[in-house]
Design a protein around this ligand. Structure first.
Ligand SMILES: Cc1cc2nc3c(=O)[nH]c(=O)nc-3n(C[C@H](O)[C@H](O)[C@H](O)COP(=O)(O)OP(=O)(O)OC[C@H]3O[C@@H](n4cnc5c(N)ncnc54)[C@H](O)[C@@H]3O)c2cc1C
Length: 351
C-alpha cells in the first residue's frame, strides 16, 4: 500500500512530489504528455506584473520559498535549473517612466523595482526611453527540470508513462485501487488535463493557450531578459525565446501560423537585427476565472485532492502551493481561502 498516487508531472506534480519526498511518504506518479505547459514555458520568475507595475499575488512570499526549492532540486538532480537574469522593461514614454517611479515608491514594490533608468546601449533594440529593471528575477529551465525529474522517478520505479483512466479508479474504504496499485490518497496535478477529470471538472479552469518562438540572432548579443510587447529571453549560443501569445478559444497544444505572425510582428517593432526562427511551441496555461490557484479536497470523496490553477506563474506559485496542500492534508493546517477550492463548492453537483 502506497501513501499517494500523483497524476501529472509538470511543475505542480514535481512540487508535490518534493513535499512527499521531504516527508518520507511513498508514492508513484502517472503522467503522459497530453499537456505541455511546464515543458514549453518561458520559465521566467518575476514578482512584478509589468503591464500594471504591481506586485503579483503573494509573489514576495512565493519567491522566498521558490529560490531554495529550485536550488535543492539542482543539487538533487545534478543539473543547472535556475539562471539568474535581470528583467528589463522597455519604457514606451516619459509618462511610463514616471509611473514606474511612483510604483517603486510603494513599500510592497520597493524591493523589486530599481529606481535607476537604464539607458539602452544595444544598437539592435529600439528603446529611446531606456529600461526599468526588475530585481530578484531569473529563468528556471522547466523543460530540463521535467526531463530530469522523470528520470529520477523512473530510476526509483515511481514513474508510469500512461494516460490515467478515471473509470479504472476504484474507491474503497480507506484506500484506492488503480489497476495493480493500491494507495491511501490521490492528488491530481494534471494542469489543463483537469477538464477531462470527472471528479474536478466542475472547477472553473479556463485554460489560456500560449505560444513561443525560439530564434537564433547572432548579432543581438543580449544576456538580459527584455520585455516590450513580448519577452526576449536569452538561452544559450545566440538562441532566444520570444513570447508569448494569449488565446482563449483554441485549446490544442498545436503551434499555429497566426501566433507566429503575431509574435514576429511584435518582435520586429523593437528588434532590428536579422534572426532565424528555429522552433515554435504551444501549451495551455491552467488559468482560473478568479486568477487564483485551485487547491484542496474533493467535496465528496475522502482522500482525493487537486493542485492546479497556476496560470502564467507556475514557476513561483507551484512550490508555495504544493507545500500548503501537503500541510493541509497531513497536518490539518487550513488552506488560504483564496486558494481553497471550497470557494467553488456551490458549483459541485453530486454525480
Ligand atoms: C507558452 C507558455 C509560457 C509560459 N511561461 C511561463 C513563465 O515564463 N513563467 C511561469 O512561471 N509560468 C509560465 N507559464 C505557465 C506555466 O507553464 C504553468 O503555470 C505551469 O507549467 C502549470 O503546471 P502544471 O503542472 O499545473 O500543468 P502542466 O505543466 O500542464 O502539467 C500537467 C501534467 O499532467 C499530465 N496529465 C494531464 N492529464 C493526464 C492524464 N489523464 N493522465 C496522465 N497524465 C496527465 C500532462 O500531460 C502534464 O504532463 C507558461 C505557459 C505557457 C503555455
Amino acid at each position: 500500500m502506497l501513501d499517494y498516487l500523483v497524476v501529472g508531472l509538470g511543475l505542480a506534480g514535481i512540487s508535490f512530489c518534493e513535499s512527499l519526498e521531504e516527508n518520507n511518504r511513498s508514492f508513484v506518479v502517472i503522467d503522459n504528455d497530453s499537456q505541455r505547459a511546464s515543458v514549453v514555458a518561458g520559465g521566467l520568475y518575476n514578482p512584478v506584473i509589468l503591464k500594471r507595475f504591481s506586485l503579483a499575488w503573494k509573489a514576495d512570499k512565493q519567491l522566498i520559498e521558490a529560490i531554495p526549492f529550485y536550488r535543492s532540486l539542482e543539487n538533487k538532480l545534478q543539473v543547472s535549473l535556475d539562471f539568474k537574469l535581470p528583467v528589463l522593461r522597455i519604457f514606451a514614454s516619459i509618462e511610463e517612466q514616471n509611473l514606474w517611479f511612483e510604483a517603486a515608491d510603494k513599500p510592497a514594490l520597493q524591493p523589486f523595482l530599481s529606481t535607476d533608468i537604464i539607458p539602452n546601449r544595444n544598437p539592435h533594440i529600439e528603446a529611446p526611453f531606456g529600461y526599468g529593471q526588475v530585481l530578484s528575477t531569473g529563468r528556471v529551465d522547466t523543460k530540463a527540470l521535467v526531463a530530469h525529474y522523470k528520470s529520477f522517478l523512473a530510476q526509483k520505479n515511481a514513474y508510469y508513462q500512461e494516460l490515467f483512466g478515471f473509470e479504472e479508479l476504484e474507491k474503497h474504504k480507506g484506500f484506492f485501487q488503480y489497476k495493480d496499485l493500491r494507495f491511501k490518497k490521490i492528488v491530481f496535478t494534471s494542469g489543463f488535463g483537469l477538464k477531462e477529470n470527472p471528479f474536478f471538472n466542475y472547477l472553473p479552469l479556463n485554460g489560456t493557450k500560449g505560444e513561443l518562438l525560439t530564434i537564433e540572432a547572432a548579432e543581438l548579443k543580449e544576456n538580459r531578459v527584455i520585455k516590450s510587447s513580448v519577452f526576449i529571453i536569452p538561452l544559450e549560443k545566440n538562441l532566444y525565446r520570444v513570447g508569448a501569445t494569449y488565446k482563449w478559444k483554441d485549446k490544442k497544444n498545436k503551434p499555429t501560423p497566426e501566433a507566429k505572425e503575431e509574435l514576429l510582428a511584435k518582435l520586429d517593432s523593437f528588434l532590428s537585427c536579422s534572426y532565424v526562427v528555429k522552433d515554435q511551441q504551444a501549451g495551455i496555461r491552467p488559468t482560473v476565472a478568479d486568477r487564483r490557484p485551485l487547491l484542496g479536497a474533493h467535496p465528496e470523496y475522502e482522500h482525493m485532492y487537486v493542485l492546479n490553477g497556476f496560470g502564467s506563474r507556475g514557476v513561483l506559485i507551484a512550490p508555495y502551493a504544493a507545500k500548503r496542500l501537503f500541510n493541509y492534508i497531513e497536518k490539518d493546517i487550513p488552506l488560504d481561502k483564496d486558494m481553497d477550492i471550497a470557494r467553488y463548492r456551490k458549483k459541485y453537483v453530486k454525480f
